[in-house]
Ligand binder design. Structure first.
Ligand SMILES: Nc1nc2c(ncn2[C@@H]2O[C@H](COP(=O)(O)OP(=O)(O)OP(=O)(O)O)[C@@H](O)[C@H]2O)c(=O)[nH]1
Length: 503
């Protein structure tokens, strides 16, 4: 990004890439081949907003990326060393249990590295955390060997020419992001896709919608609208996970328009779409990036398997494809496959990758990632985390520590705390938001797996209850299966009405 730019808002066209890319599968399997992408994903969607820096970020001079395991260059500025020391002190003083890798899982123990600013957690071994950039240990998970990826270290140390110099012109951000201030930029025209986004959304929510509309049709066959019908409708909407508040909004509006009269399922569908859209509109927002932070730090949290890593890959693809310099950090140090999976996504999306060994302190990794991203002048740093809700105390301690440690380098960091929610979990997702909001200060949501679920209505209940921004929704495992959240489209797709906004 050009330095010294005034803050601008970029809005993005809704056009899709020229050719719909077949979703390339990223195997979470250890050692799975990297799926190469010929070019950055050219998603020109406009759901990102970002602020450009008004002044160059303060990047510590002489601070170079780690390479090969040297944790910090010896000529790191005193201030930075002091910060690292402070963090080391915080971490060593805090009660915090780090999940240690089972020794049996280690094939080749990590070499001890210069531990000048190594941060170790209480209860952990005195091993350095060693967030080796692009260099993961050879380890096993379930007996399967994780290949080392030292080839990435050179890419990390010497930032690739791709996506590194964005100073010439402001990037056209993908749909779903925006800047803090407002200068709309037109997205380039792109040919139409075979399937519009709304068609894909509707297909994804077909089970949710058909179940609901089928029941509504049965309820309103030759019946005038009376109290019993209204009560039945309310029950039906609650069962569809829409939540009590939205169910009552629908029945109240329907009653005010049609009480004592004949009602068709189309009437109900129209009112349902209208009331759901009213609930969703306030939360359907673009993810605002403030690039004056350089990097804007996005911490991604959520329960295991809700799609954190995949979503990070999809976000990185959008941002990297728009010309931003992106770094992803494998802060889920609990699962080797999660680290490997993120590394593959980084390669696919031409993002920089920073990882550490299995069982290492995630907060230490987050701290080092932030330092690296600053030194490398990354625009955005996205940090993955573990989501072991079954061990809530440890998870809470780990996430709190990550947030605290990032704050040492920038009091405003993490600038965005995104939670991923799996639509198929239904009502449970409501509690998950409650928990992660308290633990990590979640300030935005992404709902995944809206393809093929009958429980998509839960997003409406979550929006009504938590009122947190919903930035994107995931409708598949492919790199382009993440779209900005559009209130009316979503409402229509659930209610089985409308034709979308033509996207
Ligand atoms: N159908 C579908 N699958 C998805 C979507 N997003 C993610 N997945 C799949 O869900 C599974 C779990 O996704 P991950 O990204 O590994 O989830 P995670 O939260 O990082 O999981 P942990 O690493 O265990 O914490 C993977 O098989 C993904 O491909 C989506 O929108 N739709």
């Amino acid at each position: 990004m050009a330095l010294g730019f005034i803050k601008k808002v970029f809005t993005f066209g809704r056009e899709k890439p020229a050719e719909e890319q077949a979703p390339a599968e990223v195997s979470p399997k250890v050692g799975a081949p990297v799926v190469e992408q010929d070019a950055p994903v050219a998603d020109t969607s406009p759901a990102f907003e970002f602020a450009e820096p008004s002044s160059p970020p303060s990047v510590p001079s002489g601070h170079l990326p780690h390479e090969g395991g040297d944790r910090l260059e010896s000529n790191a500025p005193a201030e930075q060393e002091q910060q690292a020391d402070e963090v080391a002190e915080v971490l060593s003083n805090e009660p915090f249990a780090v999940e240690q890798a089972d020794e049996s899982e280690v094939v080749e123990p990590e070499q001890a590295k210069s531990a000048e600013t190594d941060i170790t957690a209480e209860g952990a071994s005195a091993e350095p955390i060693s967030p080796l950039v692009g260099e993961m240990s050879d380890r096993t998970e379930g007996g399967e060997e994780v290949p080392a990826s030292s080839e990435l270290s050179s890419r990390y140390s010497e930032p690739s020419s791709e996506n590194t110099d964005t100073s010439a012109e402001a990037p056209i951000l993908p749909k779903g992001f925006s800047t803090a201030a407002s200068v709309p930029a037109l997205a380039p025209e792109a040919p139409k896709q075979k399937l519009s986004w709304f068609q894909r959304l509707r297909a994804g929510l077909a089970r949710t919608s058909s179940q609901l509309t089928g029941q509504i049709a049965a309820l309103f066959t030759k019946r005038k609208l009376d109290d019993q019908t209204l009560q039945d409708l309310e029950d039906l909407l609650i069962q569809a996970d829409l939540g009590v508040e939205t169910a009552m909004r629908v029945t109240d509006t329907l009653a005010s328009e049609r009480y004592g009269k004949d009602v068709t399922s189309e009437d109900v569908g129209r009112i349902m779409a209208q009331e759901i859209a009213k609930v969703l509109k306030p939360v359907a927002k673009p993810l605002q990036l403030d690039l004056s932070h350089k990097p804007h730090v996005i911490l991604v949290v959520g329960v295991n398997g809700t799609g954190k890593t995949t979503t990070i890959g999809k976000l990185a693809a959008k941002l990297s494809g728009a010309g931003l310099k992106v770094m992803v950090a494998a802060g889920d140090t609990f699962r080797a496959a999660a680290i490997e999976q993120l590394k593959i996504w980084a390669e696919r999306t031409k993002s920089e990758f920073i990882g550490t060994k299995l069982g290492a302190d995630a907060a230490g990794l987050a701290f080092d990632a932030f330092q690296q991203a600053k030194a490398n002048k990354s625009d955005v740093l996205i940090i993955d985390t573990a989501g072991r809700l079954q061990n809530k105390a440890e998870l809470m301690a780990e996430l709190e520590k990550i947030v605290r440690v990032l704050g040492k380098l920038d009091p405003d960091a993490p600038h965005t705390v995104l939670q991923t929610l799996d639509a198929t979990t239904g009502q449970n997702a409501l509690n998950q938001v409650e928990i992660f909001r308290n633990i990590a200060g979640v300030n935005g949501l992404i709902m995944t797996k809206l393809d093929g679920t009958a429980r998509g209505g839960i997003l409406v209940a979550i929006s009504a209850k938590h009122k947190l921004p919903v930035y994107f929704i995931g409708v598949g495992e492919g790199v382009d299966d993440l779209e900005p959240f559009e209130a009316e489209d979503f409402a229509n797709a659930i209610a089985g009405t409308g034709a979308g906004n033509g996207q």
